[in-house]
Ligand binder design. Structure first.
Ligand code: XMP
Length: 315
């Protein structure tokens, strides 16, 4: 049986011995990186700098929320707005693996910049077991390059420290609860963020559409779950498809994009089953999305594929 308390004590001790200088961590506000930041912060205090990068692909209100949460946790941190750089780097890029590589590489460059300013020698990452298992190498096939693995350039100038490398998601949540971290129950969110929920080029406009749709999906599903209508799925979000279809608004022809709603149940993200969401909840999501973005989206579909054969994210 995994003992979260013991894991915390052992890791803090190991990290204290291992990290003699300064370290930097990419803090996204997700469970993995927050647990990592809290562990390392316990071990070395303000010799850790957590860097939250606003890539421009974050969800609604996410930057302010994460900033507040890290403050309350007492983790030494900064917020870097790199959104302009990210949009330029991804101009014209539609291939999912290319997106992941570019985003991963840029992450490292931004960190290297901040690390230099801070005088850090180590880069701490919240990589967990499924990240490196699915990223391939050796005998394994590359399913998708998780940004914190596949995107790492070979000539990186920082020593990599990955305290959660051997843990699965459910174990990370146990550690989060042991550390009393507010985001312990938060659904996972991929490192490349909304950029991989736009099928096609992530532009400020396309990301704004999927950001609004994701926010509606989260709001409605959380509302339905707290009203006891359904169980909160393990993960739930929206994806913007590059497919345009014909619709009608009043008596005017419309030609707009399609949003796919995805909600799954899983334990460790290695397999997943689609959530059997009540139809009235799906209907509310659909009409809210289409009403809010009348001129852009006129069709909403629900993804009923398990993993395998699909993956949880679409890219
Ligand atoms: P897939 O789509 O491979 O996702 O079934 C499994 C879980 O991992 C999340 N995910 C990521 N997490 N960096 C991350 O930290 C990534 O690049 C990444 N890609 C996917 C995904 O949201 C799901 O929870």
């Amino acid at each position: 049986m995994f003992d979260a308390g013991k894991f915390v004590d052992e890791q803090v001790k190991t990290l204290r011995g291992d990290l003699k200088g300064r370290a930097i961590i990419a803090a996204s506000g997700g469970v993995d990186s927050t647990v990592c930041a809290a562990l390392v912060s316990r071990a070395i205090g303000d010799r850790l700098l957590a860097v939250y990068v606003d890539t421009g692909f974050m969800r609604k209100g996410e930057t302010a929320t994460v900033d507040g949460m890290l403050k309350r946790l007492g983790v030494n941190h900064i917020v870097v707005d790199a959104s302009a750089e990210y949009f330029v780097a991804l101009k014209g890029v539609i291939d999912p693996e290319k997106k992941r590589k570019i985003i991963g590489e840029k992450f490292i460059r931004v960190f290297e910049r901040e690390a230099k300013k801070f005088g850090a020698e180590c880069l701490v990452q919240g990589t967990i077991a499924p990240d490196w298992i699915e990223s391939g190498g050796g005998l394994r096939d590359t399913i998708k390059s998780h940004h914190n693995v596949g995107g790492l350039p070979a000539e990186m100038n920082l020593r990599l420290v990955e305290p959660l490398r051997d843990l699965y998601k459910d174990e990370v949540r146990k550690v989060a609860r042991a550390l009393k971290i507010e985001v312990a129950e938060k659904q996972p969110f991929p490192g490349p963020a909304l950029a991989i929920r736009v099928m096609g080029e992530p532009t400020p406009e396309s990301v704004a559409i999927v950001r609004e749709a994701c926010s509606i999906v989260e709001e409605e599903i959380e509302k339905a779950a707290s009203a006891g209508k359904m169980k909160l799925p393990w993960q739930y979000f929206a994806v913007l498809l590059p497919v345009k279809s014909v619709g009608v608004q009043g008596d005017i022809r419309a030609y707009g994009f399609t949003i796919a709603v995805r909600a799954v149940d899983s334990v460790d993200a290695m397999t997943a089953v689609y959530s059997k969401i009540p139809h009235d909840v799906l209907e509310t999501i659909s009409s809210r999305i289409a009403n809010k973005m009348k001129d852009k989206v006129n069709r909403v579909v629900y993804d009923i594929t398990n993993k395998p054969p699909a993956t949880i994210e679409w890219e």
